[in-house]
Design a protein around this ligand. Sequence first.
Ligand code: ISL
Length: 572
Amino acid sequence: PAERPWFHSAVVYQIYPRSFQDSDGDGIGDLRGVINRLDHLATLGVDVVWLSPIYRSPQDDNGYDISDYQDIDPTFGTLADFDELVAKAHERGIRVVMDLVVNHTSDEHPWFVESRSSKDNPKRDWYWWQPPREGFEAGQPGAEPTNWHSFFSGSTWQLDEATGEYYLHLFSRKQPDLNWENPQVRQAVYAMMRWWLDRGVDGFRMDVINMISKELPLRDGEPIGDGPWGDGSPSYICGPRIHEFLQEMHREVFEGRGDALLTVGEMPAVTVEDAVLFTDPARHEVDMVFQFEHVGLDHGEHKWDRRPLQLVELKESLGRWQEGLAEVGWNSLYWNNHDQPRAVSRFGDDGEFRVESAKLLATVLHLHRGTPYVYQGEELGMTNVPFQDATAFRDIESVNYYEAATGQGLLVEEVLDALRLGSRDNARSPVQWDASPHAGFTTGVPWFPVHPNYPTVNAEHALADPDSVFHHYRRLIELRHADPVVAEGDFTMLLPDDPVVYAFTRSLEGTTLLVVANFGGTHHRVDGLPDAEEWAGAELVLGSYPESATAPGPTDGSIVLRPWEARILRRT
Ligand code: ISL
């Protein structure tokens, strides 16, 4: 088709407002801080900003627990600040996308306060209430209506003493799940979404949106290990009405508003087959989804059981997603977000080759077909946090896991090591702006300590250095904007069995780009590349090493890559 959607050539930047920029010295990032840093984003060249939640919230899960969908949390500012942010972003040609968290609310949301007040409250059915399991007394171990394990440890069910019933919470007990079976719930959500669009926002990133349809009746899942809990996910991942709900949402919220909006559904455990359905434009559900396969490849039995990434598996996975969405639908592309450890520490080398490997990861990702997402600090090559001890963690998932795991008798040092590798807090240390105290993030005491490497890893430094990670991201974004082969070209994976080299081509109308990347810390000859001799002399579009240092291709028709080197080559 001649008309390609604008987001094919767009790059999205994710802001986790709490850790982005503080403007009032309370140690917590805020909207005015974002406004003050818009030029950083404009220089980087991104097209869209996605703001993690800024709504009124008790902050049990840093804003993913919302108590008022139509107000800004005072920690972050006011609706007037928000309007100013949208206006100033738009002046710079940057769209603003909100985080939409509607699988659950806060337990302090007035809807839930009403719902829990009595069994016959008109909003009782807005959430999932169930009596104790048959034959059990309320509160007795095993009385939970199902055996489901919460994402944040323990049961997904919380007893409410007032009525003697349990409510469902897939996440924290302060995040009760909304009952999407109830049409009033759905209409209330749609009305709220329209209110934000009318206010000028450009779309939504939809939190765990593939969990809103639950299969009835709710039933026990397969036991997890030898503990008391089971895996409830078959009952709530892409449940029976999920497509119906998203199509209804599209009709009620997006229809008639044009093609300039962006919708991306966060969908843990989504398969390629499902994703084709979710993102087929003809079905009017969402523009793209966040899938989780590639960020699960270094997990063992569960996320706290880590193993090293196998490059062959990464290529198999990402390659299958490229292929699966080649004809119909669209991919989103990401290494990082506020829930993931820093990619340079996880998949690259955050020591000697921090800069090189950060650029390599960026090159590989941004040259895939799909819409790339950059998470704040990624463009600076920010690294995982050196956590000293258990008191260093802030995230509810980490804190709860520490308690649950040590409570079950796991050794403290083992639990800490797992948290150091896997904690979401790795992504949540403040953005490092300059070498001044607290990295320029705040004039007060930061809510989360600044990473000790900020004197060298910071934005001021990066902007002044033409060979920085930042300028590499900027060039990659520029390339996507300028060259249709990056946005639209066909993707072909090469050398799938090579354990060190990630190689693929992108082709469009007689132009082919080759991307070759060395996922290792030593020089490496690329063997077995089709047309190797022609590629050895091809034009270098962009490399992860400073261009001046780029050695010409050797004459024997092979490409030798330096440690963590990635190259983009072009033939026409
Ligand atoms: O991060 C995870 C595991 O470490 C995921 O299971 C994560 O909880 C899941 O991807 C859902 O994430 C989203 O919803 C959560 C919130 O805590 C996350 O920050 C958000 O991205 C509940 O709203």
